[in-house]
Design a protein around this ligand. Structure first.
Ligand SMILES: NC(=O)c1ccc[n+]([C@@H]2O[C@H](COP(=O)([O-])OP(=O)(O)OC[C@H]3O[C@@H](n4cnc5c(N)ncnc54)[C@H](O)[C@@H]3O)[C@@H](O)[C@H]2O)c1
Length: 246
């Protein structure tokens, strides 16, 4: 029971990696607050896990007022011991065709949203002198990939803001880390055709996509006290994608 009696906010918790992490948090003895735009998915997960274990709070991570309300509701439900800052969208556009709107939408959610959630988390955690934040980056924060200008920029930003936040808060008892998944089989990949998916599998040394549960497990580790000496770092969980060519 790594998260016994801990309260954790999971942004983007209604689907994919976030939903798998919510299930794992509850399995590890914690309670989870699902912060997501997807009411249907969030409420279905609460029904599955039980209203005493999980709560859904409709939240757009880019909306400061909604982020404030999210933390108020989470504090009342279970307290905020940890945050998985995971909400994000995918985007594939040749850079020469990426409009201002395409660029801004991805940056707003995948980078500014991560900052707004982390900023509020620090305001709640610093007076308590404890807390753990895990930001969701990506292999695309570490390496380039064509046609992902805004996504790659946002994920690279997540890696470095993680270091900054960790340095600022290490003496406050707060740890801040990021996780960088390889390609994981979730709805975010729905835009890709079968051929592209096969190609992506082959880029991983293990020749397959990851499962959401394979990200949830290391996220729970980073959130837990077992990771008490880990802060300001990134954990690549990518089936060997970034290890090199095999
Ligand atoms: N699946 C992959 O291959 C992969 C790889 C690396 C990183 N990631 C990252 O993992 C995270 C989770 O993605 P996933 O693969 O589970 O995708 P997903 O589409 O299954 O889940 C993303 C969730 O975020 C929510 N969301 C989107 N915008 C939001 C907003 N403004 N406010 C609140 N919630 C919002 C969506 O409603 C959805 O429930 C993302 O940050 C993504 O960039 C995914």
């Amino acid at each position: 029971m790594r998260l016994k009696d801990k309260g954790i906010i999971v942004t983007g918790g209604a689907s994919g990696i976030g939903a798998a992490t919510v299930r794992r948090i509850v399995a590890e003895g914690g309670r989870a607050v699902i912060a997501d735009l997807d009411r249907e998915g969030g409420e279905a997960l609460v029904n599955e896990l039980g209203e005493d274990k999980a709560r859904y709070v409709e939240t757009d991570v880019f909306n400061t007022e909604q982020v404030d309300r999210l933390f108020d509701e989470a504090e009342a439900f279970c307290g905020v011991d940890g945050v998985f800052n995971n909400a994000g969208i995918g985007a594939i556009t040749p850079s020469s065709e990426c409009s201002d709107e395409d660029w801004q939408k991805v940056i707003d959610i995948n980078l500014t949203g991560v900052f707004k959630i982390a900023r509020k988390a620090l305001q709640v955690m610093q007076p308590k002198g404890a807390g753990s934040i895990v930001n969701c980056a990506s292999i695309l924060g570490h390496i380039g990939q064509s046609q992902t200008p805004a996504y790659s920029a946002a994920k690279g930003g997540v890696l470095n803001i993680t270091r900054t936040l960790a340095l600022e808060t290490a003496l406050d008892g707060i740890r801040v880390n990021s996780i960088s998944p390889g390609y994981i089989d979730t709805p975010i990949l729905e835009a890709l055709d079968e051929e592209s998916l096969e190609g992506l599998k082959n880029l991983h040394a293990v020749k397959r996509l990851g499962k959401p549960e394979e990200i949830a497990a290391p996220v729970v580790f980073l959130l837990s006290d077992e990771a008490s000496f880990i802060t300001g770092t990134d954990l690549l969980v990518d089936g060997g994608f970034t290890a090199g060519k095999s």
